[in-house]
Every structure is written in structure tokens, then in C-alpha cells.
Design a binder for this molecule. Structure first.
Ligand SMILES: *[C@@H]1O[C@H](CO)[C@@H](O)[C@H](O)[C@H]1NC(C)=O
Ligand SMILES: *[C@@H]1O[C@H](CO)[C@@H](O)[C@H](O)[C@H]1NC(C)=O
Ligand SMILES: *[C@@H]1O[C@H](CO)[C@@H](O)[C@H](O)[C@H]1NC(C)=O
Ligand SMILES: *[C@@H]1O[C@H](CO)[C@@H](O)[C@H](O)[C@H]1NC(C)=O
Ligand SMILES: *[C@@H]1O[C@H](CO)[C@@H](O)[C@H](O)[C@H]1NC(C)=O
Ligand SMILES: *[C@@H]1O[C@H](CO)[C@@H](O)[C@H](O)[C@H]1NC(C)=O
Ligand SMILES: *[C@@H]1O[C@H](CO)[C@@H](O)[C@H](O)[C@H]1NC(C)=O
Ligand SMILES: *[C@@H]1O[C@H](CO)[C@@H](O)[C@H](O)[C@H]1NC(C)=O
Ligand SMILES: *[C@@H]1O[C@H](CO)[C@@H](O)[C@H](O)[C@H]1NC(C)=O
Ligand SMILES: *[C@@H]1O[C@H](CO)[C@@H](O)[C@H](O)[C@H]1NC(C)=O
Ligand SMILES: *[C@@H]1O[C@H](CO)[C@@H](O)[C@H](O)[C@H]1NC(C)=O
Length: 402
């Protein structure tokens, strides 16, 4: 597969390759028809171009012209591209710090720092990451993971340039969004609502370097009766137990038998059985959703720091850890949606593919929660492009470390 694409790449670059030495990046981009759009956009940022020219060991994920024209079909993306700050951030996210060749991309995802480090867009120390993973076996497709579960395929790999390597990709990467926006766009209204109800939106969104184990809506529903009885303090403590503060634990970093400290100081136990990852007794059902300040893994149960239940990989549903709790409405969703009919009804679809809720579902929140709702709904409404990504979140994101 790669030898074939390499030959194609070599042919493409034959003109630029007057000698054996790889061409300068600028010359390579300039002479590649398929990258003329990228070349034009980069031309608007002489400082970035000069920084790239001076850098050593970089990997450029270069969207093809087709990728850009698809991207520019949405009015939101047109607006983003017309804003120099946003465009600069987007282009920086396509440049990786380090030379990642296709042989470095395997079925275990690897997370590589990009040059996007502006705090307006990311609070991941060392630069926002992209994931890279081979999908479909040893002869598979190298796939790039970006925000909102987006996936881009490498169509031409390993184009050597003097200071690194270029891979051509078939869609523009998505800059990872805040935890609360990502939760809303992914239909995780239980989590989004719980963050609003406990007044944790800002803390969770702006703390640098977090890992969040996010219960799905059906996980919240399973213990709906217990959640309804919690005081705000208890709810805050339970949510805090789902967060690792100060460390971004991508799935590839979760080790079997390890214990990681949650933001409440209590340990979370990681177990890997037959390729499935468990946090305490809850199963990770979708891993590595990149967010502005870290990573989110979806889990099928709400964690309880007082339970010592062990994973049961033979059961489809995770072991109940809230004694006596029964199915019930997720109390917090009232903070983000007036009726539970739209967003919450999609919970069972989490594993199979999610249909984003119409934006109207967010604007009719009940009176008492109007303020909280406006906080989240305005944030959500500003990211309409994410709806496409959110669909991708559950269409193909459910892979794990092994
Ligand atoms: C790009 O190519 C054009 C001709 O196709 C040439 O005039 C120009 O100097 C080139 N620019 C760079 C930076 O190589
Ligand atoms: C790149 O290097 C040139 C010459 O070495 C220097 O003049 C320029 O300031 C550098 N650009 C950046 C962005 O570091
Ligand atoms: C970060 O992004 C903001 C908004 O686009 C921009 O105003 C600011 O200049 C950027 N900061 C740096 C250091 O590039
Ligand atoms: C690239 O990573 C190295 C450490 O691996 C770091 O020293 C350097 O500052 C990074 N470069 C950029 C442009 O972020
Ligand atoms: C890529 O793989 C080669 C060969 O296994 C290795 O030497 C190199 O360090 C790897 N590069 C990265 C960035 O992992
Ligand atoms: C990063 O954190 C700062 C506060 O430290 C905040 O102002 C900024 O909005 C955060 N960036 C993002 C993308 O959330
Ligand atoms: C990307 O690659 C995967 C795995 O080979 C494939 O299933 C998917 O259809 C590809 N996506 C596009 C847009 O070609
Ligand atoms: C993480 O820890 C810092 C410092 O103790 C604290 O200010 C912040 O609120 C914590 N964030 C979360 C999400 O627990
Ligand atoms: C993880 O550890 C458990 C025992 O603690 C073991 O049964 C299991 O096979 C291990 N999983 C992997 C993938 O090594
Ligand atoms: C765990 O036990 C402590 C002490 O008994 C109690 O205060 C706390 O509310 C319990 N937490 C949960 C989630 O049940
Ligand atoms: C985590 O593992 C430790 C050590 O094996 C154990 O004492 C603790 O009860 C476990 N915690 C949970 C929540 O399972």
C-alpha cells in the first residue's frame, strides 16, 4: 500500500527532484498541483512559511484541493478561513513537531504534538495533538484523528522534503473544541447538563491538560433515581472523580493494572481485558475524543469512588456501582434541553452512530435554567461545523488501545 502511494508521490515530485536531495518544502508545495490551495493559503502567512522553512523535523498534513473545497462549502468554515487568526491556528494544527513517517503509524494510535499552541485554541501543553493510526490491518489506511471525532485519510504518504515529510490528506483537520461544546455536539446531554448544574463548565473547559471519562447518556439514565437525590456537593464530587487533572491520558497511555489519580485524589483503576479498556468496572465505549484541553473517553457507567466492583468483560453492560439505583430520567438534562425527547432519545445509538440534535432543542430550556442554558447553547450554536464531526464521533471512533 505505502510502496504504491510512495511511487505515486515520487512521480508527483519528480519535477521538483532535480537531484537526489529532497526539495525544500516551499518548492515542493509550489510544484504540487493537488496542493495549490494550501500553497495559496500559506502564502498569506509569510511568518508561518518562514518558520516552517527554518524548522527541522516537521510533518505537514497537507489537505488536498478537494479537501479544501469541501471544507469551504460550509458558511462557518468560510468565516473561519476569512479570519486570519483562526486560519493561522488551523494551518498550525496541520504541522507536526517531529518527522512521522508512514512506518511510524500503526494500529495502536499515536498522538503527536502540532504547532498549534495558542491558548485561544488549545490548553494542551506542548501543542494540541493529532492522533495517527493505521485502520484496516497492516495494509490499511493511515488515518489522522482530530477534533470532534473527525477522521482524515492519508492519500499520498511520505513525500520527503528537506526538513521533514509531507502527507497529503483527504479532509481538513478539525481543531478540537471545548469539553462542554464537544459534549453538546456529541449528544452527551447528561454530562453537559451535569457540568452546568454543578457550575463546572468553566473549570472543566479551561483547566489545562485534562482527561475526562465521560458517562454516556444511558449510563446516567441507569442510575437516574440516585442522581436525582444528590446534593450539588455530592454531584460535584462524583463528577470530579471522572477527571484526571494535569495529565492527558490518550488511550495509548492507559496501562493495564495501573492506577491514576482523579481530581478528587481518589484512584481510578485501569484494566485491559481482551482489547477492552475498563476504568474501575466501567467500560470505555469510545476512546480518544480530542478536546481543546485534553482528551475524553466515553464510558458506559457513572463511576462511584466508594465501589470496589471489578470489571466483568462477559457482560454487555457494566457492573452496577450505585446500590439501589434504578432507571430514571437524567436530572441534569433540564439544564441543557427542555424536553428529553430529542437528545436523550439518541442514547442507545451511541455505539452505532449518532444523529445530532437539531439546534432548536437547546434554545427552549426551562425558565429556571435559562441562564445556564444560554451559556451552553450559545457556545454550541457557534460550532455548527461540529455537527458533521459529531456524527463521525460515533461512526468510527470506537476503537481502543489494543
Ligand atoms: C512557484 O512556481 C512558479 C512557477 O510555477 C515560480 O514562478 C515561483 O518562483 C515558484 N515559487 C517558489 C517559492 O518556488
Ligand atoms: C528563519 O531564518 C532566517 C535566516 O536564517 C531568519 O532571518 C528568519 O527570521 C527566520 N524566521 C523565523 C520565523 O524564525
Ligand atoms: C492567538 O490567537 C488570537 C486569536 O486568533 C490572536 O489574536 C493572537 O495574536 C494569537 N497569539 C499568538 C501568540 O499568535
Ligand atoms: C518541538 O518539540 C521539542 C521537544 O521535543 C521542543 O523542544 C520544541 O520547542 C518543539 N517545537 C515547537 C515549534 O513547538
Ligand atoms: C519511526 O520509526 C523509525 C523506525 O522504527 C524509528 O527509528 C523512529 O524513531 C520513529 N519515529 C518516530 C517519530 O516515532
Ligand atoms: C485556555 O485557558 C485560558 C485560561 O487559562 C482560557 O482563557 C482560554 O479560553 C482557554 N482556551 C480554550 C481553547 O479553552
Ligand atoms: C478512509 O479509510 C477508511 C479505512 O480504509 C475507509 O473505511 C474510509 O472509507 C476512508 N474514508 C474516505 C473518505 O475515503
Ligand atoms: C485542577 O487543579 C487546579 C490546581 O489545583 C485547580 O485550580 C483546577 O480547578 C483543577 N481543575 C479540575 C478540572 O479539577
Ligand atoms: C491485565 O491484567 C490482568 C490481571 O490483572 C490480566 O488478567 C489481563 O490479561 C491483563 N491484560 C493484558 C492485555 O495484558
Ligand atoms: C462515599 O462514602 C462517603 C463516606 O461514607 C460519603 O460521604 C459519600 O457521599 C459517598 N459517595 C458516593 C458517591 O456515594
Ligand atoms: C483500585 O485498586 C486498589 C489496589 O488494587 C484497590 O485497593 C482499590 O479498591 C481499587 N479501587 C476501585 C475503585 O476499584
Amino acid at each position: 500500500m505505502f510502496s504504491k502511494t510512495f511511487l505515486a508521490a515520487a512521480a508527483t515530485f519528480a519535477v521538483a527532484l532535480a537531484q537526489d536531495a529532497p526539495p525544500e518544502l516551499a518548492a515542493a508545495l509550489n510544484s504540487t498541483e493537488e496542493l495549490s490551495q494550501l500553497n495559496t493559503l500559506l502564502g498569506g502567512f509569510p511568518d508561518l512559511l518562514s518558520m516552517l522553512a527554518n524548522a527541522t523535523d516537521i510533518t505537514i498534513l497537507a489537505p488536498s484541493n478537494d479537501a479544501f473545497s469541501t471544507f469551504l462549502q460550509s458558511p462557518e468554515n468560510q468565516a473561519a478561513a476569512a479570519d486570519n487568526g483562526t486560519l493561522m491556528a488551523l494551518l498550525s494544527y496541520h504541522v507536526l513537531n517531529g518527522t512521522v513517517m508512514s512506518m511510524n503509524i500503526t494500529s495502536t494510535p499515536t498522538f503527536v504534538a502540532s504547532l498549534l499552541s495558542n491558548e485561544t485554541y488549545t490548553n494542551v501543553t506542548g501543542g494540541q495533538r493529532v492522533g495517527a493510526r493505521l485502520v484496516g490491518g497492516d495494509d490499511g489506511t493511515a488515518t489522522i484523528i482530530s477534533g470532534l471525532g473527525s477522521r482524515s485519510n492519508v492519500t499520498t504518504a511520505d513525500v520527503a522534503v528537506s526538513n521533514g515529510v509531507v502527507h497529503i490528506i483527504d479532509s481538513v483537520l478539525t481543531i478540537p473544541q471545548s469539553v462542554s461544546d464537544t459534549a453538546l455536539l456529541a449528544g452527551l446531554t447528561g454530562l453537559a447538563g451535569a457540568l452546568v448544574a454543578t457550575d463546572l463548565v468553566e473549570t472543566i473547559d479551561t483547566t489545562p491538560d485534562v482527561t475526562i471519562f465521560a458517562p454516556t447518556n444511558s449510563a446516567f439514565e441507569q442510575i437516574g433515581s440516585a442522581l436525582g437525590e444528590l446534593t450539588p456537593e455530592q454531584a460535584t464530587a462524583i463528577l470530579g472523580y471522572h477527571v484526571i487533572n494535569g495529565s492527558v491520558a490518550y488511550s495509548s497511555l492507559l496501562e493495564n493494572g495501573s492506577s491514576v489519580e482523579s481530581s478528587t485524589g481518589q484512584p481510578l483503576n485501569i484494566t485491559i481485558i481482551d482489547g477492552e479498556v475498563f476504568v474501575n468496572s466501567a467500560r470505555v465505549v469510545a476512546a480518544d475524543v480530542l478536546v481543546a484541553n485534553g482528551v475524553v473517553h466515553l464510558i458506559d457507567g457513572v463511576l462511584n469512588p466508594n465501589s470496589t466492583a471489578l470489571p466483568n468483560p462477559d457482560e454487555d453492560e457494566s457492573v452496577p456501582v450505585y446500590e439501589g439505583a434504578s432507571m430514571g430520567d437524567v436530572p441534569y438534562t433540564t439544564a441543557v434541553t427542555a424536553t428529553s425527547t430529542v437528545a436523550v432519545a439518541t442514547t442507545d445509538a451511541v455505539a452505532d452512530g449518532y444523529t445530532p440534535a437539531p439546534s432548536g432543542a437547546l434554545s427552549s430550556a426551562s425558565q429556571s435554567n435559562a441562564e445556564a442554558a444560554s451559556e451552553t447553547s450559545s457556545a454550541g450554536a457557534a460550532r455548527i461545523t461540529g455537527a458533521i464531526g459529531a456524527a463521525a464521533l460515533f461512526a468510527g471512533a470506537g476503537y481502543l488501545a489494543l
